[in-house]
Design a protein around this ligand. Structure first.
Ligand code: PDD
Length: 283
């Protein structure tokens, strides 16, 4: 029985209930974050809180807590679980109000929900052999830089990957790479990382940011540019990043091998360096 947080109260998940008039339930009107926790230590918590603020600003919900209050809540949530590696999920919705598309006229308290689940890290096989991905048109809305709980486009894309025995979907909009259904996509060209421009068409992933930091430390060049579909199909390597997947190599794209069809040298260097960043004590 895990302990969750709902509107200021800690309680077992079975007891946590929200009104059917919650705008999260009715409209998907809210934002969320996912923070990985290793050995009970949240990894890169600050940038997640910064992105949360960016998402809240984007949909005009006032942040119910200061960063210090969020840090305390996250640490308490971690301490209440009986497992060490965790995936912290928290969401804020616009709150409960009679159903109307526009914002409620009277001030409404946002609904705040937080839970922790055991962090399911990538398997040895996924790391060593890479994963299969399929391509699709990006049919989502135009504010993908906000981490909103309205995820229908991402869900349909993720299911498309499942239906095709793939772990992720590599999406293109107007012929250019955007991202995956719940991860970012980076390509490797001649030993350099090429990343889609950080604009409204993709979520600015914290893991992608860590990977760019690590790449620079490793002397691997990083460029941000619009990446045409043809460049993705010819890439030497394709990397998939997220807080829960860390970094994985996509080795098959639409049943065609990516590069040599095995995780490449740039992936291996970045994967190893990322493990050192996550577990600094092991150095
Ligand atoms: N997803 N792009 C999308 C659409 C995502 O949903 C995510 C993360 C990312 C990677 O961002 P980050 O590196 O900050 O986790 C990119 C989380 C893990 C989720 O929805 O569960």
């Amino acid at each position: 029985m895990s302990n969750v947080f709902l509107n200021g109260v800690w309680l077992p998940i079975e007891k946590a209930t929200v009104s059917v008039l919650d705008r999260g339930f009715i409209f998907g009107d809210g934002v969320y974050e996912v923070i990985p926790v290793y050995h009970r230590r949240p990894y890169r918590m600050k940038p997640h809180l910064l992105r949360l603020q960016h998402s809240l600003n984007g949909i005009r919900i006032k942040n119910p807590y200061s960063d210090n209050e969020w840090v305390d809540l996250i640490n308490k949530l971690i301490s209440l679980q009986n497992f060490d590696d965790q995936s912290i999920y928290f969401q804020i919705t616009r709150g409960v109000a009679p159903r109307a598309h526009n914002f409620p006229k009277d001030e409404v308290s946002p609904t705040v929900f937080m839970m922790s689940s055991p962090l399911k890290r990538s398997t040895k096989q996924q790391v060593e052999q890479g994963i299969r991905v399929v391509s699709a048109q990006d049919e989502r809305w135009l504010h993908c830089n906000y981490k909103t709980i309205s995820l229908l486009g991402n869900i349909l894309a993720s299911q498309y990957a499942c239906d095709n025995d793939a772990m992720e979907v590599v999406q293109f909009r107007n012929g250019f790479l955007t991202e995956a259904s719940s991860s970012n996509v980076i390509i490797v060209q001649n030993g350099e990382l090429v990343i889609p421009q950080k604009n409204h068409l993709i979520l600015h992933g914290i893991t992608m940011e860590v990977i760019t930091e690590i790449a620079q430390q490793e002397g691997i060049a990083v460029r941000y540019e619009d990446i045409p579909e043809s460049a993705v199909r010819k890439a030497d390597e394709i990397l998939i990043t997220s807080s829960t997947k860390e970094v994985l190599a996509a080795t098959m794209l639409d049943d065609q091998p990516v590069g040599q069809g095995v995780p490449g040298p740039v992936f291996k260097r970045l994967y190893t360096a990322l493990q050192k960043d996550i577990f600094p004590a092991n150095e």
